[in-house]
Design a protein around this ligand. Structure first.
Ligand SMILES: Cc1cc2nc3c(=O)[nH]c(=O)nc-3n(C[C@H](O)[C@H](O)[C@H](O)COP(=O)(O)O)c2cc1C
Length: 224
């Protein structure tokens, strides 16, 4: 009998520890900023050297997700505009402890994979946008958080040339929200089109209706 209880407890503990660890985010702090929008526009610039010793708090991640694709109005519309309000940009968060998808409605992170997969954003897996097969940007590994934008064409109901154009523009809108927000609160970032799309598709179980399109590594700039 004791043996049966022991085995049952072990199975319970195993299942429990292997369970996905979703994260409920704190309410976004919309008061936090040190620069006005105009000042942020004036000073925004790409940063490619991050301080790997400085992590971001859950509050900062909450604020960033909200700034990128958070719900800003009672009718469920977002901080970033999308063509026909299709809201087709999925936001994935890559951190040392795992990869998560942001759910705007619940303001929550859904765990997609445990472990550090930021390396999938450092290089394009031999297919860099600049044509250089060996192109690799290891500074991405120093940024504690990277936000990846993925176009979900199912929201358009089609994947023709126009849908691709609209998806790319909308992803750019999200990335620019992140750029300006980071500048306003003293965080560093760079918009990037480099990432290993195929490996990301496999990791996140994305079908052909999804296209990883841009990412923003985020952290504090390393002062020399
Ligand atoms: C669509 C797009 C893709 C980009 N891809 C990369 C990239 O893969 N790696 C990188 O280091 N910078 C990338 N950048 C950043 C640009 O190089 C940068 O914005 C440009 O040099 C202008 O500098 P600024 O952002 O400081 O104004 C990208 C920017 C955009 C808009």
């Amino acid at each position: 009998m004791t043996r049966v209880i022991f085995i049952a407890c072990s199975i319970f503990l195993f299942c429990h520890s292997a369970k996905a660890q979703d994260i409920t985010l704190p309410t976004p702090n919309l008061k936090e900023h040190s620069l006005s929008v105009v000042q942020a526009l004036q000073t925004r610039h790409s940063v490619r050297n991050f301080d790997s010793n400085k992590d971001l708090s859950l509050q900062q991640i909450s604020n960033l997700c909200w700034a990128a694709v958070g719900i800003s109005r009672e009718d469920g519309r977002l901080t970033s505009p999308t063509a026909m309000n299709r809201q087709e940009i999925r936001l994935y968060i890559f951190m040392e402890k795992g990869v998560y998808e942001y759910q705007a409605k619940e303001h929550k992170l859904i765990e997609k994979s445990k472990g550090d997969y930021r390396r999938l954003l450092a290089s394009a897996g031999g297919k860099a946008p600049n044509g250089n097969r060996n192109f690799k940007q290891d500074f991405v590994l120093d940024a504690p958080v990277s936000l990846l934008m993925v176009i979900d064409f199912e929201k358009f109901g089609r994947k023709d040339e126009k849908a691709v154009q609209m998806g790319c523009v909308d992803a750019g809108n999200v990335s620019e929200n992140i750029n300006i927000y980071c500048q306003a609160v003293g965080l560093a970032t760079v918009p990037r089109a480099t990432h290993d799309s195929e490996a990301i598709r496999t990791l996140l179980g994305l079908g052909t209706q999804c296209l990883p399109i841009m990412n923003n590594p985020i952290g504090y700039e390393k002062r020399q």
